[in-house]
Design a protein around this ligand. Structure first.
Ligand code: SAM
Length: 222
């Protein structure tokens, strides 16, 4: 399966329009830029969410008044900082990452961003580690951004552990531009199943935010 471009596009394909939007909305400040750059310097893959995707996460977390959130796929902490910014001073994030190196870089990021006390990094395979936080359910928000083959299982976990009215978000829902094509590998199949279940499984009212990567969003209704 192909992967994300390092410089993710935004908007309807016109680079001048995307530059204008970035100039007006300023989605990435110096703290986030430092995290993106340090993560790459430390040897992490350049697969953090795009600048506007980070802003979407912050604004959505703010809009729903999220106080307890789960992130699956931490990398260097970029999206986690965005979520924590949206959750205000009382918000807590549990974020799951199987690479110890990524988790270390993320912990530095959370501390540098001033949100270290509210970020709990769980190191290990997410599906095995998620039970560690189930006693704190129901959560307000779950952000899925790890191995694509497990997206359907992550969605099932979110449906069981979000409050009604809570939000699930998932990056890369367009499957790197290929989710709609027949065939493909287990990752594409996982993303296709995830989208179908989110859209039509009956637990969420869902939509697709048409970012470059596809940011799927569902509100839990039952
Ligand atoms: C796309 S990156 C996450 C990017 C991050 N959300 C951001 O925007 O800053 C995916 C991360 O998930 C981690 N990962 C992949 N599969 C995992 C699994 N099964 N359990 C835990 N972490 C996993 C990878 O090591 C990688 O750091």
């Amino acid at each position: 399966m192909p992967s994300s471009p390092e410089n993710k596009g935004f908007g309807q394909g016109d680079p001048a329009l995307a530059r204008w939007a970035e100039e007006v909305f300023r989605p990435e400040d110096a703290v986030l830029r430092e995290i993106r750059e340090r993560s790459v310097r430390e040897g992490l893959p350049a697969i953090a969410v795009g600048r506007f995707d980070g802003l979407h996460l912050e604004v959505i977390a703010r809009a729903i008044g999220a106080l307890k959130a789960v992130e699956i796929g931490t990398l260097g902490g970029y999206s986690g900082v965005c979520l924590l910014r949206g959750m205000g001073v009382h918000g807590v994030l549990h974020t799951f990452e199987y690479s110890e190196k990524h988790a270390r870089v993320a912990s530095d990021s959370f501390h540098k961003a001033g949100v270290g006390a509210r970020a709990h990094v769980h190191v290990g395979v997410a599906l095995q580690m998620l039970p560690e936080v189930e006693a704190e359910a129901p959560f307000d928000l779950v952000f899925i951004d790890a191995d694509k083959v497990s997206y359907p299982a992550y969605l099932t976990w979110a449906a069981e552990h979000l409050r009604e009215g809570g939000v699930v978000l998932a990056d890369n829902a367009f499957g790197f531009g290929q989710v709609h094509l027949p065939g493909g590998d287990e990752n594409r199949a996982g993303l296709r199943k995830f989208n179908e279940e989110l859209a039509r499984g009956g637990r969420f009212r869902a939509t697709m935010l048409p970012t470059a990567e596809g940011l799927a969003m569902g509100v839990k209704i039952r």
